[in-house]
Structures are given as structure tokens and as C-alpha cells.
Ligand binder design. Structure first.
Ligand SMILES: Nc1ncnc2c1ncn2[C@@H]1O[C@H](COP(=O)(O)OP(=O)(O)O)[C@@H](O)[C@H]1O
Ligand SMILES: [Mg+2]
Length: 495
């Protein structure tokens, strides 16, 4: 039975664990024993980090234990090991703790003295629950692999690379530099690194070098003691101390003055500092994540940024792609924000084709932040169930000046009168998709073929009055493929 998950048996009484384990082994299970909650946690932790880990599927634990009681253990387990099932054993007549255990997510509880048959049934039920939880977790992992991590949305391979890097560094205390234009999600990634790290339950503290005048910056970071300067009428701890045990996110590091750069160098190197006006050195356990919206190499070359600090912070660089570099993610992000703001505003909206085309065609100097703002605005403005180009700012639809300035794809939605909802703007094939008939914007072929494909499908569907059998036949594809493409391009029959 080497492939079934192990059962961890926990009780502070060695005789009880041994006899329980023996009973379960006799039934064909593999067991491991722990005398108390602390030992159980340590065992699980070691196993999770061991290269040849042999997973546990179920914990059977007593509630009454002196070091870490069963309910506390249960709380830890539910937080850290999503797919582990737990059975709690309560003393006779302790129904409140049994109820509490179920509330906290135990699969089942048993009361002492244990009845063999009850234990058997509870164990086999709990192992089934574990299997379901494990399947669920692996599905969730797959989903998050595909669509991003935490609430970060993006399926572009450049984003996948970012996720991989985040995963690779999250476990360690390595300093991370997140670089990218404003609005590309640097702050979001900093938080994702923190959340996914072992210090995720510790503090996440942000300080921005651009937002605070230099004179206050030092006190903001390191704190000060009473009387250190005029107005310092009490001791004030700084953000470095506030981030102890967690992550300190230093935003806009490119704006740090030379004096601040020097101070930061020392903290990053030694994790030590003195509050202003104090001679007492403080030491902290902090993970540093920094962000820059300008390439630091350029600043180093221009003599505006210390080279030693640059090397100290550029250990791992997460380079966030701009939104115009990942056009394929625009619909994904647009739908994500649509859901968010529809919920917030208690509305139900969809995004019309021409509006989506306009979104895809725009070059987004303000990146994801600008897209988020555009969608929020559109949701708020729209009165009909569908968001049209009329609900988008003119800078995006390209109505201003008629030249389509700032647009990504030549001849895209800019030439379509805003608000012609329900009219298919791609009615004739070859009407000028992203790169067809217009200029050339560098992009992968698969991406460039999206618009022409959509417009061919639409023309064929219209010609066949949305008869899918006929359309599929004419296009020489099977119906399932056609269904998928209709969904993908959202070419459902109008009305
Ligand atoms: N990949 C993404 N998925 C979902 N939301 C994003 C993504 N990138 C950015 N955002 C959102 O866009 C806004 C700007 O992101 P932010 O992290 O503040 O950018 P930056 O720090 O690079 O200026 C935030 O509201 C953020 O939640
Ligand atoms: Mg930011």
C-alpha cells in the first residue's frame, strides 16, 4: 500500500498513539505517530520540505494536549495544508469542542472511548475527503498557473515568466527588484511575493521614495527618538521596524536621493540601522522588495544612482511587461475588471466587439492602471447592458483628431462611429485587422491572425444565418471547433 497517503496519529499519551496506530496499520493503513501538537507540526513541515516527501492525507488527533492543543493544531493545519483531512478525538461529554472542531474544518470527530467500527468509518470517509480536496487543489493550481497568481491576471508568456520567478524567489529572503512602467503591476507583484513567502502572515509595509520629502524620508524609514529634531516630541518607530518579520516594499527607488541611497545600502547589507537621534542600533528581520519605473542601469550610467546599491538590489529582477507588449491579455484583464466593477456597482454588463477592438488597439501608456480606470468609468457611465466604444475615453477610441494618435494598430476601431451597438464592424473580410492592410506592429503571428480569423468567422456565420452546421462545413472545420471559436471570439448570434 505504498501509494496511499499516510495517516498521522497525534496524542500526548504515547500509549494511546501506539495502540491507535497499531489498529490502523492492522486495517492496512500506513501511519506515523507524534506525541503532541508541536511534534505533529514539525513532522509535517519536515516532510513538506523533504526531497522525497511521502505525503500525509489524514491527521487523527486528540483535542486535549498540553503543548499545542488539538484545536490550535487544526487551525494551523487548515491554513497550511489545504488538502489534509483531520479527525478530532474529544473527551467524553465535550460536545462544545467537537462543534468547534467541525467549524474549524475537521472532517469528523469521535468521542472517547473510541469504538472500532466508528473509527474505521470516520477514517475511510476522511481519506475520501482528502482525495477530493487534493484533486480540487491540483485543479486550482492548474488554474492559477494558467491565469496568474493571487489576483494577478495575465496569460502572456512574459507574465508566465514573471510568475515562475515569483515562485522561485518567494521562499527565500532574496532581495527582489521589480521594474517596469507605471501601472504595470509592480506593487501588485511585490505583494504577491510577500503573500507567497513564508513571511506571508507577517507585515507588508510600503514606503515610496517619490512621495515623501527627503527630510522626512529618513525618519519615515528608520524612525526617530524624542527630541531628535524640532517637532519630534515622542519616539516614533520607522517602517523598517514595522516590517520586522515581514516584507518592506520600497517603491520608486529611482527617486531616492544620494543621502538616502547610502543609508539604504547599509540596511540592505546589514539589516541594521539607528533611528534619528539615537545611538542604539536596531536589527530587523526584513525581506526587501524594491520597485523602479526607470531603468536603474541608465541612472547608474548617468551617475545618479550608486553602483554599489544597484548591485545590492538587483539580485533578482522581475521585469514587468508593458500592456502594449501583451495585447493578448487585454481582453482577459478587461473582463477581470468588468466583473470587479459590475459587482461594485451592482450592474450587469458585457463589452461589445467594437469596444473590445478599441481596447485591443490602444497603446496604453498608463498600462493596466489605465485599463482598469477605463473599464470602471465605462461601467459607471453605461446605461445599456453592453459597453460600447461610446463609453470609452476618446483617447482610447481614437476619435480625437481623427488620426488615431496613440493607437496600436493602424486603422482599427478608430474609424468606426462610436455607439453603433449591434452593428458588426468586421462585416467584410479583410477590412483591416490589427496588422492587415495597415501598418505593422510587431507581434507573434498567432496574435496577428486573431482579428482576420474573427472577421472571417463572422462573415461566414452571417452568410449562413448563424447555422453552425453549414458554417462549419463551409469552413472545413468540425462543429466543436466552431463552437470553441465562437465562444473565444464571442460571436454569438445577435439578440
Ligand atoms: N496583471 C494584473 N492583473 C490584475 N490587476 C492588475 C495587474 N497589473 C496591475 N493591476 C492593477 O492595476 C493597478 C496598477 O497596478 P500597480 O501594481 O499599482 O502598478 P505599478 O505599481 O506598476 O504602478 C492596480 O489597481 C492593480 O491592482
Ligand atoms: Mg506602484
Amino acid at each position: 500500500m505504498a501509494h496511499t497517503p499516510r495517516i498521522l496519529v497525534v496524542d500526548d499519551d504515547p500509549l494511546v498513539v501506539e495502540s491507535l496506530a497499531e489498529f490502523l496499520e492492522h486495517d492496512g493503513h500506513r501511519t506515523t505517530t507524534a506525541c503532541g501538537g508541536e511534534e505533529a507540526l514539525a513532522l509535517l513541515e519536515n516532510n513538506a520540505h523533504s526531497p522525497d516527501r511521502d505525503p500525509f492525507g489524514l491527521v487523527v488527533s486528540d483535542i486535549n494536549m498540553p503543548d499545542l492543543d488539538g484545536l490550535e493544531l487544526l487551525k494551523h493545519l487548515r491554513k497550511t495544508y489545504e488538502d489534509l483531512a483531520v479527525i478530532m478525538i474529544t473527551g467524553f461529554g465535550k460536545i462544545e469542542s467537537a462543534v468547534e472542531a467541525i467549524k474549524l474544518g475537521a472532517a469528523d470527530y469521535l468521542t472517547k472511548p473510541l469504538v472500532d467500527e466508528e473509527l474505521r468509518i470516520a477514517v475511510s470517509k476522511a481519506l475520501r475527503q482528502h482525495q477530493l480536496l487534493a484533486e480540487n487543489k491540483s485543479l486550482k493550481d492548474q488554474l492559477s498557473q494558467r491565469y496568474g497568481i493571487e489576483n494577478v491576471v495575465g496569460a502572456d508568456y512574459r507574465m508566465q515568466k514573471v510568475y515562475d520567478l515569483v515562485d522561485a524567489v518567494a521562499d527565500s529572503r532574496t532581495t527582489v527588484l521589480v521594474s517596469g512602467e507605471s501601472g504595470t503591476g509592480k506593487s501588485l507583484m511585490a505583494r504577491a511575493i510577500h503573500t507567497r513567502s513564508p513571511r506571508g502572515s507577517g507585515p507588508f509595509v510600503t514606503v515610496s521614495c517619490g512621495a515623501i520629502p527627503e527630510t522626512l524620508m529618513e525618519s519615515e524609514l528608520f524612525g526617530h527618538v524624542k527630541g531628535a529634531f524640532t517637532g519630534a516630541d515622542a519616539d516614533k518607530p520607522g517602517k523598517c521596524l514595522a516590517a520586522d518579520g515581514g516584507t518592506l516594499f520600497i517603491d520608486e527607488i529611482n527617486s531616492a536621493t544620494p543621502a538616502l541611497q547610502l543609508k539604504l545600502l547599509r540596511v540592505l547589507q546589514e539589516k541594521k540601522f539607528e533611528p534619528i537621534g539615537s545611538t542604539q542600533t536596531q536589527e530587523v528581520d526584513v525581506r526587501f522588495v524594491l520597485a523602479t519605473n526607470k531603468p536603474l542601469e541608465d541612472l547608474v550610467r548617468a551617475g545618479e544612482f550608486r553602483e554599489d546599491l544597484y548591485y545590492r538590489i538587483n539580485v533578482v529582477n522581475l521585469a514587468m511587461p508593458s500592456l502594449r507588449e501583451r495585447v493578448g491579455d487585454i481582453p482577459l484583464l478587461a473582463e477581470h475588471f468588468l466583473t470587479k466593477y459590475c459587482e461594485q456597482n451592482n450592474k450587469q454588463r458585457t463589452i461589445g466587439h467594437e469596444a473590445m477592438d478599441a481596447l485591443r488597439g490602444y497603446d496604453w501608456p498608463g498600462n493596466v492602471r489605465e485599463l482598469e480606470n477605463a473599464i470602471e468609468r465605462a461601467v459607471v457611465l453605461s446605461r445599456q447592458p453592453q459597453i460600447t466604444a461610446a463609453h470609452l475615453p476618446e483617447s482610447i477610441t481614437g476619435e480625437v483628431g481623427g488620426l488615431g494618435l496613440g493607437r496600436n494598430h493602424a486603422g482599427h476601431a478608430g474609424s468606426h462611429p462610436a455607439g453603433n451597438m449591434g452593428e458588426h464592424v468586421w462585416g467584410n473580410v479583410g477590412g483591416g485587422g490589427g496588422n492587415v492592410g495597415g501598418g505593422w506592429t510587431p507581434m507573434p503571428l498567432a496574435e496577428a491572425l486573431q482579428e482576420p480569423e474573427r472577421c472571417i468567422l463572422l462573415a461566414a456565420l452571417e452568410a449562413n444565418n448563424w447555422n453552425r452546421q453549414e458554417t462549419a462545413g463551409q469552413l472545413g472545420i468540425n462543429r466543436t471547433t466552431l463552437y470553441k471559436k465562437i465562444k473565444h471570439f464571442r460571436l454569438d448570434e445577435p439578440g
